[in-house]
Design a protein around this ligand. Structure first.
Ligand code: NAP
Length: 268
């Protein structure tokens, strides 16, 4: 019998974290959920803290302590842009493989973590989006950008989201940039009469971030050419959509010896 993968979840009480807890418990033939990490909760049963039955796994309020005591194989991080870099630092020091869904790491932080995980030959996955449909949207967008270089991205999220633009929009923009020839978009003399009206500039095209209650995670990539437009859209209408990707990433990270940024790099 193969050994179960021991998993810790940072942010297990959050919206994404609660779904990840459910997913681990539903797949307890493959995974052993060993500890939840939360900045405020300590010694409390995770199941009870998220409004269900006790599950015999407790919250620890300190990452160092949680990793030293419970020695997980994998740390799933679903926390905040302010904490994720430090968490990846601590995971590296403990030889624990991170699977990170938290968005908001800067390009400099990503480069630094990539270098250090490679040096340590430790697997890590940072996935700005765990939903398969969003990965396909990114791939299709890169394909389209080769033929239709005039493009704008509109991402729409719930109003509790801390970072803008979303990690998915940035990753999509990176892939588009690799495939797209540079073109002058919009009118060369255009002026914003209201600051921000044209969205954030990214390598010659624009990203627009919408934040509203009622939304989960959505993105539309619009391409324009003479006499035609192409819209590619993905909607995550519940956070369950991300869990098959989390499941896949936990298994995949066990076989990596470096940091992989983007789930598209571990699927065919
Ligand atoms: P959320 O509901 O605000 O949950 C964040 C959780 O992190 C909270 O429970 C918070 O608890 C906890 N936390 C904050 N600081 C912590 C620390 N130092 N140690 C441990 N836990 C800490 O947010 P969410 O909607 O679940 O999203 C979480 C992250 O996932 C965000 O960055 C979001 O953009 C990202 N996300 C990614 C995907 C993807 O597919 N990759 C999809 C959706 C969302 P306390 O406040 O009690 O500390």
């Amino acid at each position: 019998m193969t050994q179960k993968i021991k998993v810790a979840i940072a942010g297990a009480k959050g919206r994404m974290g609660q779904e990840a807890v459910k997913m681990l418990l539903e797949h307890d033939d493959k995974f052993k959920f060993v500890v939840g990490i939360d900045s405020k909760l300590d010694g409390v049963d995770v199941g009870e803290a998220i409004g269900g039955k006790p599950i015999g796994v407790t919250f620890v309020n300190d990452m160092e302590k949680a990793l030293s005591i419970y020695k997980p194989d994998v740390l799933v991080d679903l926390t905040t842009p302010h904490t994720v870099y430090k968490h990846m630092d601590i995971a590296l020091a403990h030889g624990v493989r991170p699977v990170v869904g938290t968005t908001g790491l800067s390009p400099e932080q990503l480069a630094d973590l990539s270098r250090r995980y490679k040096e340590a030959e430790l697997g890590a996955i940072i996935a700005p989006n765990f939903a398969i449909g969003a990965i396909l949207l990114m791939k299709f967008s890169a394909m389209a950008a080769k033929y239709m270089p005039h493009v704008e991205i509109i991402e729409l999220h719930h109003d509790k989201k801390l970072d803008a633009p979303s990690g998915t929009a940035i990753k999509t923009a990176e892939l588009i940039t690799q495939a797209r020839e540079q073109v002058q978009q919009g009118h060369p003399d255009e002026k914003e009469t209201h600051a921000g009206a044209r969205g954030a500039e990214y390598d010659g095209f624009r990203i627009h971030s919408v934040r509203l209650p009622g939304l989960v995670a959505h993105q539309e990539v619009l391409f324009g050419a003479v006499g035609q437009t192409l819209s590619i859209r993905h909607d995550s209408i519940s956070r369950e959509s991300f869990m098959p990707g989390v499941n896949m990433a936990i298994k995949a990270v066990m076989n990596l010896d470096h940091l992989v940024y983007g789930l598209e790099n571990i699927i065919d």
